[in-house]
Design a protein around this ligand. Structure first.
Ligand code: DLZ
Length: 161
């Protein structure tokens, strides 16, 4: 296979999601934030061609539960990729560290276990304003970015398989 010149790679075009099936797992904690992330993710998937019936959205109580929720979707919902959306806001205790560490390791393991994309859309912020800024505020919507990441990873798999 001929190697392309690096300047020839198109990194801006998002592939079509028309034939892809997605799961989105949303944490109920900080729902003002996570609901906005979910809306952004679903809208972006649809904007790139995903069909309504191929976007399955499920809720779990908190970010810590995202890992198992994502595994349930992988096992039982026949989806190609799963996006997990949560928001952990730093408090006075070390809960923040344990939840962030747990979900990060959990989602990383799922990627390897299932050989499919599990996309990490968890905001880990110092305060609520930082989270709002990233959930449709002045810094965009990380749910949109998670959706594009899911599409790109599936396109990569389809390209190589
Ligand atoms: C307990 C807890 C706390 C203190 N903070 C958050 C948070 O900021 N964001 C979040 O998504 N979840 C939080 N949780 C709940 C945990 O994720 C989890 O639901 C519980 O520890 C039960 O396993």
């Amino acid at each position: 296979m001929a190697t392309k010149n690096l300047s020839e790679y198109d990194l801006t075009t998002v592939p079509s999601a028309a034939s892809m099936k997605f799961g989105i797992v949303v944490a109920e904690w900080n729902y003002e934030i996570t609901g906005a992330l979910a809306q952004g993710a679903a809208d972006t998937l649809k904007r790139h061609g995903a069909k309504d019936e191929n976007i399955i959205i499920k809720h779990v109580p908190g970010t810590f539960e995202l890992t198992l929720g994502a595994q349930y979707l992988a096992e039982y919902a026949g989806v190609d990729a799963i996006i997990v959306l949560g928001c952990v806001i730093q408090g006075e205790t070390r809960h923040f560290d344990f939840i962030c560490q747990g979900v990060t390791q959990g989602i990383t393991s799922l990627n390897m276990k299932y050989n499919k994309p599990f996309i990490f859309g968890v905001l880990t912020t110092d305060n609520q304003q930082q989270a709002l800024d990233r959930a449709g505020g002045k810094l965009g919507n990380k749910g949109d970015e998670a959706a594009v990441t899911a599409i790109k990873m599936l396109a990569l798999r389809n390209d190589l398989k």
